[in-house]
Design a protein around this ligand. Structure first.
Ligand SMILES: CC(C)(COP(=O)(O)OP(=O)(O)OC[C@H]1O[C@@H](n2cnc3c(N)ncnc32)[C@H](O)[C@@H]1OP(=O)(O)O)[C@@H](O)C(=O)NCCC(=O)NCCS
Length: 189
């Protein structure tokens, strides 16, 4: 039996910072149901489900997204235009419970010149608010790790904000080592 952490960090959209809270108690019915969660790679047939997942993610926690990520028309258009065949090194990994997507991890594999081989990155990870704390995120990372290993990657990396206390705790728990690095983004259009 694993020990659950007693406190959580959650984003406070008013003060714009992570705050420490008492870990919410687990819903035993949900905990039991989540044992049946299926982790798999999404395909073109999952587009509508992916849209519904994103919509729920935006609607339940609008405060954690950037303003231009909240535009549902843009989200729908982007998902519609997504063509798996164009991105053979990308894996949209989903956690599905009774036909509904409750968690998502985008894994991408690129070539790293000085390693002389492939390198794996977690581009995005998200679990819907009501389903957090039931190891769905951990299962998504494990699945991604297996794909990366099969693709001969030596490392699995990601970028996490050093202020994201929940993310830092979660990634450490998953086995990542955190180094002090920031996220630098350049908008290209
Ligand atoms: C981070 C996230 C993916 C974790 O998913 P999850 O399914 O709830 O995580 P798990 O249940 O697998 O948690 C595993 C461990 O991570 C830690 N952890 C998870 N959420 C935490 C939180 N909010 N605060 C502190 N520790 C947390 C705990 O140690 C937990 O182990 P425990 O349950 O034995 O105590 C999810 O909270 C999320 O989608 N958050 C919003 C988006 C985000 O922050 N993404 C990462 C940004 S880079």
């Amino acid at each position: 039996m694993t020990m659950l952490t007693k406190c959580w960090y959650v984003w406070d959209g008013v003060d714009e910072r992570f705050v420490r809270i008492r870990r919410p108690s687990q819903d035993s019915k949900l905990a039991k149901a989540i044992r049946r969660v299926k982790i798999r790679v999404a395909g073109m047939r999952d587009k509508q489900k992916l849209f519904e997942f994103r919509r729920e993610a935006l609607e339940t926690e609008p405060e954690i997204w950037l303003p231009d990520e909240l535009d549902l028309h843009k989200v729908r258009k982007n998902i519609k235009e997504w063509n798996l065949a164009e991105y053979p090194n990308d894996f949209i990994i989903i956690a599905e419970l009774e036909g509904k997507i409750i968690g998502f991890l985008h894994l991408t594999i690129c070539y790293r010149l000085f390693d002389g081989g492939p390198s794996a990155w977690v581009e995005d990870i998200f679990v819907l608010k009501n389903f957090r704390g039931y190891k769905v995120g951990t299962k998504l990372v494990r699945f991604a790790r297996e794909i990366a290993k099969r693709r001969r990657c030596k490392t699995l990396r990601l970028i996490v904000g050093l202020e994201n206390l929940a993310g830092l705790k979660f990634y450490r728990r998953c086995g990542f080592k955190i180094s002090k690095i920031g996220l630098a983004t350049m908008k290209l259009k």
